[in-house]
Design a protein around this ligand. Structure first.
Ligand SMILES: C[S@@+](CC[C@H](N)C(=O)[O-])C[C@H]1O[C@@H](n2cnc3c(N)ncnc32)[C@H](O)[C@@H]1O
Length: 309
């Protein structure tokens, strides 16, 4: 199974693994970025974290040639401090990478239910436990559905879609990805209206919203950023690639806050004394046209990076 690493050249430039030291890939996936880090820098070691045991299994196979330079942890990145602590690691001198979202392996496995283009159960769990998308669709109140479609999908038709879901499930629970896709398509009407064609599938936003809710994606992100910056040694790097504006907004604001520093009312420490990081990217780095042409999944990627002061 293929997953082409996104913004690979740019990630390596900003992580600068040639400095050597310990790097943590918080979203190991199929190990594409991790492999490139280990290849580029013989002096670098890497810990790979992923909540998906299947991803860890596949990446471990791929990274076998690097022997004990690499180590694997199954878990959620919001717990990065505890997970690394259990492995006896307190400080990171190299850097952290987080390439958020789902991997092509997850998207292309129909039984996992991430893709509306493939018939599958409404699952969408990246790890193996917790609530599924089906539990949400069939169990949340109409109001809760409206809220998640609006907040996490920025979906304009949230009310109508939620109402239709509640109406349908009265007769029979919604079970499959294609069933949900068709329901959204019916509510949305034709994609072509006169000369206007809606480029993205109308189900995209609803699927994004459910995936964020199932995996509590946004809540974990802020915690990840706080924890990683705290664990970095001076000059250690943090590189984050996000795939939708909600994620990118969190990354942008959290990193900007840490780069600005705050006046500490109790100790009287000034802004410049509390600045934790320097931003290495002003505007987010976007993929070049040739990358988007070769790998359409990279289209929405935005990379932001920082260096620990
Ligand atoms: C876009 S893929 C990473 C691909 C990888 N960079 C590569 O080149 O192969 C994102 C990965 O992050 C994992 N992931 C997403 N959210 C996570 C979380 N909260 N904790 C740990 N892993 C997570 C997913 O399971 C998925 O395997």
């Amino acid at each position: 199974m293929q997953h082409i690493p996104v913004l690979l050249r740019e990630s390596l430039e900003l992580l600068a693994p040639e400095r050597g030291g310990l790097f943590v890939d918080c979203t190991l996936g199929l190990g594409g970025h991790a492999e490139a880090v280990l290849q580029k820098a013989p002096g670098a070691r890497l810990v790979g974290i992923d909540r998906d045991p299947k991803a860890i299994e596949l990446a471990a196979r791929r990274l076998e040639p690097f022997g004990d330079r690499v180590q694997f942890i199954t878990g959620e990145f919001k717990d990065v401090r505890e997970l690394l602590g259990q492995a006896g690691i307190e400080r990171i001198d190299g850097g952290f990478l987080a390439d958020l979202g789902v991997s092509s392996m997850q998207l292309e496995t129909p039984e996992r239910g991430f893709s509306f283009q493939r018939e599958g159960p409404l699952d969408m769990r990246m790890g193996g436990d917790g609530m599924t998308a089906g539990d949400i669709v069939n169990g949340y109140s109409e109001g809760e559905l409206v809220r998640i479609f609006r907040e996490y999908g920025e979906e304009r038709r949230s009310r109508r879609i939620a109402r239709e879901i509640v109406e349908r499930r009265r007769h029979k629970p919604l079970e499959s990805t294609t069933e949900l896709r068709e329901l959204v398509a019916q509510v949305s009407g034709p994609r072509r209206r006169g000369r206007h064609f809606q480029r993205i599938d109308p189900a995209t936003r609803v699927f994004q919203a459910l995936r964020i809710e199932v995996n509590e994606e946004l809540a974990g992100l802020e915690k990840l950023l706080d924890n990683t910056v705290e664990m970095l040694e001076q000059d250690g790097r943090l590189v984050v690639i996000s795939y939708h504006s909600l994620e990118d907004r969190i990354v942008k604001h959290t990193l900007r806050g840490m780069a600005r520093g705050e006046v500490d009312q109790t100790t009287g420490r000034t802004r410049s004394e509390t600045q934790a990081i320097e931003l290495l990217t002003g505007k987010p780095v976007r993929p070049q046209d040739d990358e988007v042409a070769a790998n359409p999944r990279s289209r929405s990627a935005r990379l932001r990076a920082a260096r620990r002061l």
